[in-house]
Design a protein around this ligand. Structure first.
Ligand code: ADP
Length: 447
């Protein structure tokens, strides 16, 4: 087992990883940018090393600085968290080349699955349903027109290297397809240095359901059931839950088994998420793999009782999974609300500032994963998420009631600070959410 792990991230996920390490008796090294200097979670690590100025390209994304910090502190492994370098296979490779274990999947699987066209091919090979679309990259305008005519409009043009909701453009007819294709390709080249695009049928009013998977380095792969992340705003998830409400049991099982097959086919190990969209008739289609831990992992932990960060560390250390698929049961219902410091009246722009008053809710079944406290300064340099409120109850109805009660208790104040709590409450009270009749555009349409 590792003696020391460096956490190559910040904020709530850095704290989450430090906590898991401490419970395993593993020493921790935190890294921080100048903007995060003095944050309390850094005191919990055995060592904290400054890796550069506020700008993430000069600090949390600076591969050489992070590897140097690991060498200096004699850390044997690096946990990347989510975001920043978590899905960067150059980083994974450089860690391993330096004799430091990267707590994540093998580089080859990361590289293949990070490319959406490649990932689609692997999914097809694993007999996992994909959205009808082009066989591979689009090589000419005429090919695009032919594919779109075959599958029918509307279609989506997607960048093969896309991510974070960027690089996706709809086309409703041949004329818009021709113009959007050029724009999409140019945009992809600019944003991802890869102009490759492909075409998918636009699935009407889908739900977003994803499956948590876990695989060790000895060929064992399991799934830890699904999460529903349909409540999104501009492709950013707002509320996540497990199990997915109103998903027929046979569909749920098929989807989870498909995710495990895909993991086996791609030679993947460690934790990952296989994302699907589900149409109005409960047909599911693979869209992508997230080769890392996800923000919403706690809802899976609550319903299965399995600590996913702990499992990531054990797998990276070469241990075998200590449970079989049959031993992983999902009981009760868990819901997570992301609390972002954003101003809904300013187009949900981040609103940095110092927290002067903070009251965190509690009670049976309430968990708050966050690094903030009274006096904490929310930095303008990073993501606006300041914490995740998670509840766990026997039924969905009770979980919704508990979440609303907890959000009502929540107080976070400071000059200029606004949060997404009021929006979360509106969603939780809405009959569409309560009846699980929403689709991924419900929030944008309604508010
Ligand atoms: P990214 O990697 O940028 O997150 P995804 O491929 O995961 O891109 O898609 C992001 C979101 O776009 C999905 O969660 C879903 O809401 C929507 N989406 C993706 N593909 C389709 C599709 N074929 N039809 C309808 N909506 C889609």
């Amino acid at each position: 087992m590792f003696q020391r792990i460096l956490v190559a991230n910040r904020g709530e996920i850095a704290l989450r990883v430090i906590r898991a390490c401490q419970e395993l008796g593993i020493g921790t090294v935190a890294v921080f940018s100048e903007a995060d200097r003095g944050a309390h979670y850094l005191d919990l690590a055995d060592e904290a090393i400054c890796i550069g100025p506020a700008s993430s390209s000069e600090s949390y994304l600076k591969i050489e600085h992070i590897i140097a910090a690991a060498e200096l502190s004699e850390a044997q492994a690096i946990h990347p968290g989510y975001g920043f370098l978590a899905e960067n296979y150059d980083f994974a490779e450089q860690c391993r080349d330096s004799g430091i274990e990267f707590i994540g999947p093998p580089q080859e699987a990361m590289r293949k699955l990070g490319d959406k066209v490649e990932a689609r091919k692997i999914a097809m090979e694993a007999k996992v349903p994909v959205v009808p679309g082009s066989d591979g990259l689009i090589t000419s305008e005429e090919e695009a027109v032919r594919v779109a005519n075959e599958i029918g409009y509307p279609v989506l043009i997607k960048a093969t290297a896309g991510g974070g909701g960027k690089g996706i453009r709809p086309a409703t007819d041949e004329k818009s397809l021709r113009t959007e294709l050029k724009a999409a390709s140019a945009e992809a080249e600019k944003a991802f240095k890869n102009a490759g695009v492909y075409i998918e049928k636009f699935v009407q009013k889908p739900r977003h359901v994803e499956v948590q998977v876990l695989a060790d380095q000895h060929g064992n792969a399991v799934h830890l059931w699904e999460r529903d992340c349909t409540m999104q705003r501009k492709h950013q998830k707002l509320i996540e839950e497990s199990p997915a409400p109103k998903l027929p049991e046979n569909v749920r099982l098929e989807m989870c088994e498909a995710a495990t097959r895909l993991v086996r086919t791609s030679g993947y190990f460690n934790a990952g998420t296989v994302e699907f969209i589900v149409d109005q008739d409960n047909n599911f289609y693979f869209i992508e793999v997230n080769a890392r831990i996800q923000v919403e992992h706690p809802v899976t932990e609550m319903v299965t009782g399995i600590d996913l960060i702990r499992q990531q560390i054990l797998v990276a250390a070469g241990e075998k999974l200590s449970f079989t698929q049959d031993e992983i049961t999902s009981t009760g219902c868990s819901i997570e609300v992301r609390i972002n410091a954003e101003d809904p009246d300013q187009g949900f722009r981040g609103c940095p500032g110092t927290i002067t008053d903070l009251i965190i809710p509690g009670g049976l079944g309430v968990r708050f994963d966050s690094h903030v406290y009274t006096g904490y300064r929310i930095s303008p340099h990073y993501d606006s998420m300041i914490g995740k409120l998670i509840v766990y109850k026997p039924t969905r109805e009770e979980a919704i009631a508990c979440m609303l009660r907890a959000l009502n208790e929540f107080r976070i104040d400071g000059p200029g600070i606004k949060t997404t709590i009021p929006l979360a409450k509106k969603i939780l009270m809405h009959s569409v959410f309560r009846n699980a009749e929403g689709d991924t555009k419900f929030v944008e349409r309604t508010w």
